[in-house]
Design a protein around this ligand. Structure first.
Ligand SMILES: O=P(O)(O)OC[C@H]1O[C@H](OP(=O)(O)OP(=O)(O)O)[C@H](O)[C@@H]1O
Ligand code: HPA
Length: 176
């Protein structure tokens, strides 16, 4: 059990399970994007760990960029997704792979969809380490999913509770 700020969290997903999920996503990306020179876009802050793990397993030419989005206060989405650092690369006609730590309500993806459509990308696909199917009610397809998880608040492997927990190498869930 660990404590972050006022909340207690218990171990939930091991490093081994996380690693397997990353290997699976990476294997598929290596097949699907061979010779296509994709641009991987990590969605900061949360995706820094998974983005690094996926990108270093990619065996072909690619480019890497980041955007910084934010919408969570404490354990809740505010529903108001802000672009904190935007795109600084021309993505017109490019094949983009968005790298996320988690897709939860999908509010962040809806905002990113607008940004990428406006940027004129050829297409984009979403890769996420975690997906909460019970919370995700948007129409944007999430092609590469590491692990589906119940609608519980988690921390670790990039995910935070009010800034803490991102450095944890396994994932913890809020203690009930
Ligand atoms: O599907 P959603 O409900 O939009 O949630 C997913 C987003 O929430 C987290 O980011 P957050 O806004 O907490 O910013 P952070 O990455 O800096 O922690 C996470 O990294 C995703 O980008
Ligand atoms: O479960 C979560 N934990 C931390 N950050 C998040 N952002 C969306 N969902 C989550």
């Amino acid at each position: 059990m660990i404590k972050l700020h006022d909340l207690e969290f218990e171990p939930y997903i091991s490093e081994k399970e996380i690693n397997q999920a990353i290997e699976e996503i990476s294997g598929k990306l290596n097949e699907d994007y061979k010779g296509k020179m994709p641009v991987f876009i990590g969605v900061l802050n949360g995706s820094f760990m998974v983005a690094s793990e996926i990108i270093k397993r990619f065996d072909h030419d690619c480019e890497v960029s980041f955007v910084k989005m934010g919408s969570y206060v404490g354990t809740q989405s505010t529903g108001n997704v802000k672009t904190l650092v935007g795109l600084n690369q021309n993505l017109k006609g490019r094949q983009v792979v968005l790298l996320e730590d988690i897709v939860d309500t999908g509010n962040t993806l809806v905002e990113l969809d607008k940004i990428l459509t406006e940027a004129g990308v050829e297409d984009y696909k979403v890769a996420t380490l975690f997906l909460k199917p019970e919370a995700y009610k948007k129409n944007i397809p999430v092609k590469y999913v590491g692990l589906e998880i119940p609608n519980k608040f988690i921390v670790g492997f990039g995910l935070d509770y009010d800034g803490l927990g991102r450095n944890l190498t396994q994932v913890y869930k809020r203690k009930e």
